[in-house]
Design a protein around this ligand. Sequence first.
Ligand code: CO8
Length: 373
Amino acid sequence: MSAVVISGTGLYQPPYTITNAELVEAFNAYVDGYNAEHAADIEAGTLQPLSHSSVEFIEKASGIKQRYVMEKSGILDPKRMYPRFQERSDDQLSMLAEIGVEAAKKALEAAGKTGADVDGVICACSNLQRAYPAIAIEIQHALGAGGYAFDMNVACSAATFGLAQAVNAVQTGAAKCVLVINPEITSGHQEWKDRDCHFIFGDVATATVVERADTATAAEQWDIVGSHLATQFSNNIRNNFGYLNRSEDSDPKARDKTFRQEGRKVFKEVVPVAAAHIETQLGALSIQPTDVRRFWLHQANLSMNQLIVKKLIGAEVTPDVAPLILDEYANTSSAGSIIAFHKYRGDLKSGDTGVICSFGAGYSVGSVVVRKR
Ligand code: CO8
């Protein structure tokens, strides 16, 4: 079995920012328009009016202050409320591949590698742009990589599950250098008209280079100490969009064809599952949670992350122990824990141990324990 390291990460940040104030202004204009249009039904008591959203609620309930998006005019248009993208021809790079390639180039540069060194590409994300060919194969082609490539989706846990597949491939000799890429254009599947969740998501792409330790040349390398994955079925986060919708003659714009969740239930059920998951993994590796220098957690909710780490270390949680990127990026689904790892690891010393952990729809929990070389 080969020793495996993470030798580089990369981040692609979309061009547009939407602040909570901008989002709430557009949402409230949509609500006013909807209530005016349906005034007679609301008056007759046959339809419930929609309620305004608020900046204060969003910041207090989630910790989110803004998000990056690929396109903002469509999202902020009260008559539309979703992004406006240009359809591309078959010979143009797809949007998902394009942002994946940007993140991958940065990760390769950090690792001191080129596309030609890569013999495995995994595109791991929450929403895939098309059925086939795989986005990963398109990225493999664009980077001039060899070997094999495939797409996978484990919603918010796609990145850690993808990392675990990459580690297995390198350990067993199936590949030498694998790129795990997480392009998340969540704005396409976010329900911008639902006040319970209209503030949650943002767009981004991350990439991670996983390779044999004996080929790694990067100045900074992270040993993979172990990975641990688990799933448990739940309908509390769900999206029914899929290829059978046409045959079902269902409405492609119906509410169940975009992201929906029982946020309160998710919060309550996932906190203990994630904390127990990390504790079990650390126990199996003979590591005390208090000896973990940093937790790079999935970024869905500030209080959720604080509770999980507090359960583990039995003390109040500081950003030094569990850094937050959610305030700036919002929930970027699978990419969140990788953004945190990408931005907040430079100060750690050789021998320091950290945990990259994601949790979300499925339910799914994935954790990867790493140690700085
Ligand atoms: N403005 C003002 N008031 C509001 C708003 C709003 N925008 N929204 C809700 N309220 C009201 C509610 O109506 C409610 O009022 P009342 O008490 O009168 O009934 C009150 O505020 C409280 O509402 P909630 O109980 O819903 O509020 P919470 O405190 O639970 O906060 C959160 C809501 C922030 C959603 C919180 O529950 C949370 O973060 N939960 C965890 C969610 C989570 O981790 N989800 C993971 C999903 S991500 C994932 O797995 C990836 C999926 C794939 C990505 C797809 C991309 C699109």
